[in-house]
Design a binder for this molecule. Sequence first.
Ligand SMILES: [Zn+2]
Length: 316
Amino acid sequence: MLLAAIAMQVTSVVAAPAERPYDHVVVVSFDGMRPDGMMAADAPNLHRLRSEGAWATHAETVGDSSTLPSHSSMLAGVEVREHAMSFDDFHPERGFLRTPTALYHLHDLGFSAAMFVAKPKLRHIALPGSLDRWSLPHWSCERVAAAAAEYLASAPAGLTFIHFEEPDDAGHRFRWMGDRYLQAIGRSDVCFGTVLGALARRSDRVLVIVTADHGGHGRRHGTHAPEDLHIPWLAWGPGVQRGDFDAPVRTTDTAATAMAALGVTPPPRMTGRPVAQALSAGPRTAPPEASPTAPSAPPAQPPGSTPPGAAAAARP
Ligand SMILES: [Zn+2]
C-alpha cells in the first residue's frame, strides 16, 4: 500500500527539460547548530561559505524542533503532519516516513542519491528504493565526513545528504552556546572541510546547502522557543545570489531547493518552495546536459527493513 501510494505520487514529478542549474547538491545538516552558535564558533569553513554564499537571516525548522521530525521535513519538503514521523527515536518496526523524500524523487529520475549520517534513527527517512548509498559509519563526524568525501570524489549527478551530530551532543551534555558546544561546532567544521576538499576536486557544478534540524537552549530543544526553531541556512555554489537575505526560509524549502537545483520541478504535494537566492544568479554560460545520468548499478547497500545501524549505540 505504502509503496503503491509513493509510486502514484512520483508520477507527478517531472524533470525540467531545458535547465539544470547544478549537477550535484550536497545538503549538510549540523545537528542542533544554532545560527549564532555557528557565528560564535571557531569555524572558518562555515564562515567562508557564509561570506561567499547566500545566507538566510530568517530560517526556521518545523514546530516539532526534534531531530527525526525536522530532518524528515527537511528532506521530504512537507510538515510533520504530512510525513507522520512525529517520534524522535529509532523504532525499526515502525517503518519509514509516509511521504517520498527529495532523494526518492531524484533517484526515481535516475539521479544518484546518498545519505551519510551519524544517528541510527535517521534510517526512518531512508525510504526503500530511494538511495544508491546509505552510510552510518560511526557517530563521529570524522568518520561520516571521510565516507562522504570518498563517495563524492566520483558520485554522479544527484543529491547527497550529510549529517554531523556533535553540536547536538555537546548541547545536551554541556549547554547550548557554552564553550563545549562551540568547540563541537568547530570540530564539525573541520569535518565539513574534509567534504569541501572532496568537492574542490570535482569539475562539475555543485550546490552546497548548510543547515540544521533545530537549535537549542539550556540543555534541551524540541520546544517552540526561538532558540530551538531558528536554524542556519546558507547556499553556496557557482550560481547563488551572494549575500544575506531576509525572505523567510522554512526547513521544508531545502528539499524543494535541492530538486530545483537539479532541474526537477518539486511535486505539488511538497509544500516547501525553492529558495530563489540559491538558484538565481543568472543564466548559465554553458548549456547543461539534457538529462540526468543514467541510473547506476543496483545499490551496494540497499535499504531494507532491518537497518544496518540497528545495533549501533543510540546517541542523544
Ligand atoms: Zn538533541
